[in-house]
Design a protein around this ligand. Structure first.
Ligand SMILES: [Zn+2]
Length: 295
C-alpha cells in the first residue's frame, strides 16, 4: 500500500516500484489523500477558470490512466481536499487535509489498512519529502495507521456493522528517500537541455531567495533518513515515464522529469530508494526489496 498526497505523486515517487511489484503479481494498492484540487495547471491552453474549478475531476481521470499504465488495479481516495502550498490561504479551508482532525484522518486510513491488509506500507518522511502540507499529512496518517490498525481498541466502530473489517498489522513501514546528493550529473544534463531544476539557484536570485532556498534544502536533507532499501526499477522506467506523461495538467512535456530519456534515467537513477522506518519482522539492511523477509 503506497500512501500518497496528490494524484501524480504515485508516479513521481514510486512509479517504478509500483510497476515492478504489480508485474511480479504482488497486490498493489495506492491511496491518495487529496484530490489535488490546487495543483498548478501547466498547460497554458488548459489553464482556464472552468478547468481550475474542476481540477479534482481532471486529476482523478489522469490518475486512473497513470495507474492503468503502471498496472495498479486498486486505488482509494482518503477524501480530503488539497491544502495548497505551505502558507497559502487554501491551508485553512475547512475541508483541507491540513485542517483535518488527525484522529479522524488516521481512522480513514486504518479502515483501508484493515480492508486491504497490506504487508508493506510506504509514505513520505516527516517533512513530507519537500515540505508540502499534504505530504506531511500523508506521512502522519500513514504512521498513525501503521501503529493503530492492528489494535482492536482503536476505532472499534469499524469492527462491527455492515462494513466490518478485522484488525490488521502491517509488517513494514517505509519512507521514500528523495535525496539530492549524487544528482550532479542529472542537473548538468538538465542544464545542458535548458531546464533548471527547482533546487538549483537561478542566475538572478536575490540574497533573501537564496537564504530561503538554502534553509529549505537543509530541512530536506535533515529529514531524509539513511537509505536502507534500493528497489531496482531499471526495467520499469519506461512505464514510469509513460505514467508521468498521463498527468497532463501537472507535468508538462518540458518538465525536468520528462526532459531525460529512459536510457538517461536508467543510467542516473536506476533504483527508487527508501528508508525502512519500522519493521515488525526484523530486517537485514541494506535490502533491495520492500518485501525482504516476507517472501
Ligand atoms: Zn504532491
Amino acid at each position: 500500500m503506497a500512501v500518497h498526497a496528490h494524484p501524480d505523486d504515485e508516479s513521481v515517487g514510486t512509479g517504478g516500484t509500483l510497476a515492478r511489484y504489480a508485474a511480479e503479481g504482488v497486490r498493489v494498492v495506492v491511496v491518495t489523500c487529496t484530490g489535488g484540487e490546487h495543483g498548478e495547471i501547466v498547460v497554458p491552453g488548459m489553464d482556464t477558470p472552468e478547468n481550475r474549478a474542476r481540477l479534482g475531476v481532471i486529476r482523478a481521470a489522469e490518475l486512473a490512466r497513470a495507474l492503468a499504465v503502471l498496472g495498479v488495479r486498486e486505488h482509494a481516495f482518503l477524501g480530503y481536499r488539497d491544502s495548497g502550498m505551505m502558507g497559502r490561504p487554501e491551508n485553512d479551508a475547512p475541508d483541507s487535509f491540513w485542517r483535518a482532525d488527525p484522529d479522524e484522518a488516521a481512522g480513514r486510513l486504518v479502515r483501508l489498512v484493515r480492508r486491504y491488509r497490506p504487508d508493506v506500507v510506504t509514505t513520505y518522511n516527516a517533512f513530507g519529502g519537500y515540505g508540502h502540507p499534504d505530504h506531511i499529512g500523508a506521512h502522519r496518517v500513514a504512521v498513525a495507521a501503521f501503529e493503530r490498525a492492528g489494535d482492536p481498541a482503536r476505532y472499534p466502530e469499524q469492527l462491527s456493522g455492515p462494513d466490518t473489517a478485522e484488525p490488521w498489522t502491517p509488517a513494514k513501514l517505509y519512507e521514500t528517500a528523495f535525496t539530492l546528493r549524487g544528482r550532479e550529473r542529472v542537473i548538468a544534463r538538465l542544464l545542458e537541455r535548458g531546464f533548471r531544476p527547482w533546487w538549483v539557484a537561478p542566475d538572478d536570485e536575490t540574497p533573501e531567495q537564496r537564504a530561503e532556498r538554502e534553509t529549505w534544502l537543509i530541512e530536506m536533507e535533515r529529514h531524509t533518513g539513511p537509505i536502507t532499501t534500493s528497489v531496482d526499477v531499471g526495467d520499469f522506467l519506461e512505464m514510469k515515464l509513460r505514467a508521468l506523461a498521463e498527468h497532463v495538467s501537472q507535468i508538462a512535456a518540458d518538465h525536468p522529469f520528462r526532459a531525460l530519456t529512459v536510457e538517461e534515467w536508467r543510467e542516473f537513477a536506476p533504483a527508487e530508494e527508501y528508508t525502512l522506518r519500522e519493521s515488525r519482522i526484523g530486517a537485514r539492511i541494506p535490502e533491495d526489496d520492500l518485501f525482504a523477509g516476507l517472501r
